[in-house]
Design a protein around this ligand. Structure first.
Ligand code: SAM
Length: 334
């Protein structure tokens, strides 16, 4: 049977509950096309045909955390660690701006070498010299650091809640807990950052009920952006041997998030693109793409999960090629 009536109800209801969302996450066959088309229409109505292209600079793979799923976990002795100097980071940002990118995401493991002041200086310089819209994605820090970086000119902060199942969250993050992550998100919003959250699909132990709660968590937080990507197993972690999350279930979560959130920035995440989901994601609700501007000598070392690295390409060509590919899909990359 069709699910469009259910989708319309979800689209219109303010106080959603997980039981309304679960059947949609279990959609199959022709119900899938109903879901994807509905989400595509909501995207067109609320966001238009623009695809927002974000440059992402992965500037350090040092990390103090022990996330069960991530290849950068502190105890990983098989990883060569790198850390870009402030000069290298500002230089890469300038190259990205020159190539035509307008937004830059600065991402790293939780690396305290970048103190509040040192990070603040990097933010100031990038803002002064490039005018790029700046997103930070550096994990949990004292609220004072967040406030200072905002005053230095940072615009947005991406810190995913990863999973809305508290017990699972605490099990996967022995160094922290769900409450702490959530407090960081609340504080970042309060400080005036545009907040990005998100979650992984297919984490071992996760259910569709959890995914429904994940989507409702995004709504409750009033996120500006949500990164939803499949879990990809890294053989060097304690989750080695587990199954990857499915691209199809990820697409369902993206589509449903579009219907619930309406106008949020929803990327086709790097993890989903590795699984070949880019074109599909853009046709079922996504309106953002991230492109790496990490210097090539560091890319393989930013080994969160396995995935093939692209070959060395000039940033401008990389950006122009993407804009061309988007134009062929009837979308405009900016
Ligand atoms: N340290 C920062 C933080 O915690 O927000 C940012 C860097 S962290 C490596 C970026 C994201 O990578 C996480 O939010 C997580 O969702 C994702 N990630 C890590 N390991 C993954 C895996 N095995 N599969 C899919 N995504 C993963």
């Amino acid at each position: 049977s069709g699910i469009t009536d259910n989708l319309e109800k979800i689209f219109e209801t303010e106080n959603l509950t997980p039981d309304l969302l679960v059947p949609v996450l279990e959609a199959e066959g022709s119900q899938l096309s109903e879901l994807f088309e509905f989400a595509d229409q909501v995207r067109r109505q609320y966001c238009g045909d623009t695809v927002h292209i974000r440059a992402i600079l992965e500037f350090s793979n040092h990390c103090r955390c022990d996330c069960a799923y991530c290849g950068l976990f502190a105890g990983n002795k098989n990883l060569t660690r790198f850390r870009m100097t402030p000069e290298e980071i500002v230089g890469a940002a300038q190259l990205a701006a020159k190539a035509g990118y307008r937004t830059l995401v600065l991402q790293s493991g939780e690396d305290l070498w970048y103190s509040k002041e040192r990070m603040g200086e990097i933010i100031r310089e990038i803002k002064a010299e490039t005018g790029l819209v700046l997103t930070l994605s550096v994990g949990e820090r004292p609220f004072d650091d967040y406030a200072y970086w905002k005053s230095c000119g940072a615009d947005r902060f991406l810190i995913k809640h990863e999973t809305a199942d508290r017990a699972l969250y605490d099990w996967y993050h022995p160094h922290s807990d769900y409450q702490q992550r959530f407090s960081c998100q609340k504080e970042l919003s309060r400080l005036g950052y545009e907040l990005g959250s998100g979650f992984m699909v297919g984490l071992p132990g996760q259910t569709v009920e959890t995914l429904a709660k994940d989507i409702l968590h995004l709504k409750e937080l009033r996120v500006t952006m949500a990164g939803i990507g499949p879990y990809i197993c890294h053989p060097g972690t304690r989750l080695r041997g587990s199954r990857d999350g499915s691209a199809e279930l990820t697409l369902k979560a993206v589509a449903l998030s579009r219907i619930v959130l309406k106008d949020a920035y929803l990327p086709s995440t790097t993890a989903l693109n590795i699984k070949g989901g880019l074109r599909d994601a853009l046709n079922c609700g996504a309106n953002v793409i991230m492109q790496k501007v990490t210097p090539y000598q560091y890319r393989e070392l930013y080994d969160i999960y396995p995935g093939r690295e692209t070959k060395d390409m000039d940033f401008k060509k990389q950006l122009d090629d993407l804009k061309c590919a988007l134009a062929q899909m009837g979308r405009t990359g900016v």
